[in-house]
Design a protein around this ligand. Structure first.
Ligand SMILES: [Zn+2]
Length: 286
């Protein structure tokens, strides 16, 4: 009898029941050593088991097949399909879209986030603002992306703790007029609320602490094409306001995509910000 007592036991058990998935071998034959997105399917036509991406489809899928911890997914798999992309950015964009749309059984759940918010700093107190209310792609003074209001407040609080900023001045708690905050007595607030530090110095320290979280406004006038190429495949990912509008293989096909409405997109921002801003990719303004 198998005892189910701890995670260690379960791992041992998983390793014991792992067998190389011979039944998937036929699906490996045509797998290319090129970038793309791959899908492990069960018998179900609609619900995939797992979606992943790689710059080398073949070696990535082969490594899944050797992973003992994935025995359960591998046993349920009946076939493997893939979609080639011309590069890593295309694979990341397509993977995120497919996971969100198809919610595979063995992927971490990704949900559309309707409460996505950020901290807007125009005066001395950061305000929590929501992506559904203002366009994050062109609003200056935004810091951080948070799943909800509570996460934004927690982030602001830990920044205050780390930098001895005043909860009162940040609007995290109310101040009694003429008295320092509770944390200033404990020396956890540097004392901008009671004259030990100037308001200006406090503000500067707040801005310095937030600086690395600052969101980047969409730096182009309109849409751009991010070009990727591998082997015989060239793709242009059409992007505006950090939203991926679609991918085409010729720049003559971009017109309809460029006309689509485009608001800020969290996934797009996460995936595209670094490659676009570091200049590691080919960018064509449209
Ligand atoms: Zn204080």
């Amino acid at each position: 009898m198998v005892r189910r007592q701890s995670a260690t036991h379960r791992r041992v058990e998983a390793a014991e029941i792992y067998e190389y998935p011979e039944h998937l071998r036929p699906w490996l034959e045509a797998l290319p050593s090129l970038p793309g997105v791959y899908v492990f399917h069960s018998d179900s036509e609609t619900l995939p088991l797992y979606i992943g991406k790689s710059v080398n489809l073949r070696s990535r899928v082969l490594s899944h097949l050797r992973t003992q911890d994935e025995a359960a997914m591998l046993r349920q798999s009946r076939r493997i399909t893939w979609i080639r992309t011309a590069g890593e950015v295309g694979a990341l964009l397509l993977e995120a879209k497919m996971i969100k749309e198809q919610q595979p059984l063995f992927n971490k759940r990704l949900r559309r986030n309707r409460q996505l918010c950020s901290l807007l700093l125009t005066g001395s107190q950061p305000q929590i603002v929501y992506a559904k209310e203002i366009d994050f792609s062109c609003q200056p003074g935004l810091y951080g992306l948070f799943a909800n209001r509570r996460a934004a407040l927690q982030a602001l609080q830990s920044i205050a703790d780390e930098h001895q900023l005043c909860y009162g001045l940040l609007g995290l708690e109310s101040l009694t007029h003429g008295r320092g905050c509770f944390r200033s007595a404990l020396k956890r607030c540097a004392g901008a609320c009671c004259g030990r530090e100037s308001i200006e110095a406090h503000q500067q320290r707040l801005m310095d602490a937030l600086a690395q979280l600052q969101l980047v406004c969409w730096p182009w006038q309109g849409a751009i094409a991010l070009q990727e190429q591998s082997g015989d495949l060239t793709q242009y990912h059409i992007i505006r306001n950090w939203l991926w509008l679609g991918t085409v293989e010729s720049l003559e096909e971009t017109e309809t995509l460029c006309r689509l409405p485009a608001g800020f997109d969290h996934d797009g921002y996460k995936i595209l910000c670094k490659p676009l801003l570091t200049g590691d990719v080919e960018v064509i303004e449209l």
